[in-house]
Design a protein around this ligand. Structure first.
Ligand code: ZN
Length: 417
C-alpha cells in the first residue's frame, strides 16, 4: 500500500500515543516503525506481516478516527463493547443518541469510541487532518454543530464548529496567516478536551464545562486560510489555482515557510475594513508591491473569499468578544486606535494573567486592517489578537505543549468573562 509521507507521520504519531512506537516521527518506514506495526498486528489479531496492508491500515484508521463501527449481533450487550475497548457504556451512549442502550437491535451499527485522542499534536497539522478530526468529533460528539461558512480560493471548506447553547456568544479563530498554522491544532485539541470533559460533566482548571455550555456559545473557526496552510505544509502539490503565479510571487522558491497570505497572494489579516486605505498608501514601505507571501492587503477590504466568510459570520452573529490566534512573541494585542470599549483593557489584563503573555499595543506594522481591528471598529466590543509561541514561523510542534498550557485557561475564560 502506498502511503504519503505525511500519512505515515500521522500513523507514527498515533502508534506513539498508543505506546507501540518510540522512534522519530519522520514519515519513513524504518525498522522501528515496522516493529510497531508488527506488535499492533499481534494485539489486534490480524496477520502479522509488519507491513501496511489493507487490513492493518483500516484498523489504524479507526484508531486515528477515535472510534470503530460495530455491527450488533444477538450475543452482545453494550457494556461488552465498552469493556473490550477500554471505555464506559456512557461513552457509547453519548456517540449513539438514537440507539436504545437496553435494547440493541441485531445488525444495527453502533459507534464505539476508542481511547485514542484524535487531534495529533506532534506532526505538521494539515487541512486534510483538520477535516478528518472534524468528522471524528462530529461522530463522537453528535451534539456539536459543524457548518461550512465559506470556501477558499482553491475550494477548501472554511469550517465553523459551534459548542454551547448559552446567550454569551464568542468566537475564536486561527490560521488567518498560513505559516501560523500551529494555532489550528491549539483550538482543535482544546475543543477535543472540552468535549471529552463535558460529556463527563467535569471541569477543566476549575471551570465547569457544563456551566460554560449553558451560558455561552463558542464558535470556533479553526482554519481561516486552508489553502495557505496547505501551501506552507505540503507545497504546491495539492494546490490547483494560481500555481505559476504563486511560484513567481515566492521568488521561484518551493520553500513556502514564509508564506502568510492566501493563494491570491493577499494577506488576509490586512484585508479588513479598518485603516485599509491608509495602509494601501504605505504598503510598499512594508515590502508589498503586489500579491505575495505577506503584507499585501488586496484590492479592497473583504476582496478575498476567506475574509469575506469571516466578515459575514461576524456580522450575522452577535459576538460579545473575539479571539484571533496568531504566532510570534507571546503577546496580546487588545486595542485599536482607542475605539475599544473601556472593559477591553481590564479583560486584557486578566488574559495576560492566565496566559503569562504581555499586553502590547500595535506598532505601525500591526495596526492596520486586521480582523480584530475591524471587529473593534465595527462593533466597539472587546477583540484580541493572541500571539502564541516564539521563534521562527512556522513554529515547530515541539512548542505545542507550552502553547497549549499557556492558552487552555484563556479559551475557557474568554467564553464567560
Ligand atoms: Zn499572524
Amino acid at each position: 500500500m502506498k502511503l504519503s509521507h505525511s500519512r505515515i507521520q500521522f500513523i507514527q504519531s498515533c502508534l506513539k500515543k498508543q505506546k507501540y512506537y518510540d522512534g522519530l516521527i519522520d514519515g519513513i518506514i524504518g525498522p522501528k516503525t515496522q516493529k510497531a506495526v508488527e506488535v499492533f498486528q499481534q494485539n489486534n489479531k490480524i496477520n502479522v506481516t509488519a507491513e501496511f496492508d489493507e487490513t492493518t491500515f483500516s484498523k489504524l484508521e479507526w484508531l486515528m478516527k477515535g472510534y470503530d463501527i460495530f455491527k450488533v449481533n444477538s450475543q452482545n450487550v453494550l457494556y461488552e463493547y465498552a469493556n473490550k475497548n477500554g471505555i464506559t457504556a456512557h461513552d457509547i451512549i453519548i456517540s449513539n443518541p438514537k440507539v436504545n442502550p437496553f435494547l440493541l437491535t441485531e445488525n444495527e451499527n453502533i459507534i464505539v469510541p476508542n481511547t485514542n485522542s484524535i487531534v495529533p499534536t506532534d506532526i505538521n497539522y494539515t487541512y486534510e487532518i483538520l477535516e478528518e478530526n472534524i468528522e471524528s468529533l462530529k461522530t463522537l460528539y453528535p451534539f456539536i454543530q459543524v457548518d461550512i461558512i465559506g470556501t477558499s480560493v482553491d475550494y477548501r471548506n472554511i469550517y465553523r464548529i459551534r459548542i454551547g447553547e448559552g446567550e454569551n456568544k464568542v468566537s475564536y479563530n486561527a490560521s488567518h496567516h498560513a505559516n501560523e498554522w500551529i494555532t489550528t491544532p491549539l483550538l482543535m485539541s482544546w475543543l477535543e478536551k472540552f468535549l471529552r470533559v463535558y460529556t463527563l460533566r467535569g471541569s477543566i482548571k476549575g471551570y465547569s464545562t457544563e456551566e460554560i455550555w449553558k451560558n455561552s456559545t463558542i464558535d470556533i473557526i479553526p482554519m481561516v486560510n486552508p489553502d495557505g496552510v496547505e501551501l506552507v505544509v505540503n507545497g504546491l502539490e495539492n494546490i490547483t489555482v494560481n500555481r505559476d503565479q504563486i511560484l513567481e510571487w515566492n521568488n521561484y522558491s518551493e520553500d513556502f515557510s514564509l508564506w502568510k497570505a492566501n493563494i491570491n497572494g493577499v494577506d488576509l489579516n490586512r484585508n479588513y475594513d479598518a485603516g485599509f486605505y491608509e495602509y494601501k498608501e504605505i504598503e510598499e514601505d512594508f515590502g508589498a508591491f503586489g500579491p505575495g507571501p505577506a503584507m499585501f492587503a488586496g484590492p479592497y477590504p473583504g476582496s478575498e473569499p476567506e475574509s469575506r466568510a469571516m466578515i459575514e459570520l461576524t456580522r450575522s452573529n452577535n459576538y460579545r468578544l473575539v479571539l484571533a490566534f496568531h504566532t510570534q512573541g507571546q503577546v496580546i494585542f487588545w486595542d485599536y486606535r482607542g475605539l475599544q470599549p473601556e472593559e477591553s483593557y481590564d479583560i486584557a489584563l486578566t488574559f495576560s494573567d492566565v496566559t503569562g503573555y504581555a499586553l502590547d499595543s500595535p506598532d505601525l506594522s500591526q495596526s492596520f486592517a486586521g480582523y480584530k481591528d475591524w471587529f473593534i471598529k465595527e462593533f466597539r466590543r472587546p477583540g484580541y489578537t493572541i500571539e502564541v509561541g516564539s521563534g521562527v514561523n512556522p513554529l515547530p510542534m515541539t512548542q505545542f505543549p507550552l502553547i497549549y498550557e499557556n492558552n487552555e485557561e484563556l479559551l475557557l475564560l474568554a467564553s464567560i468573562i
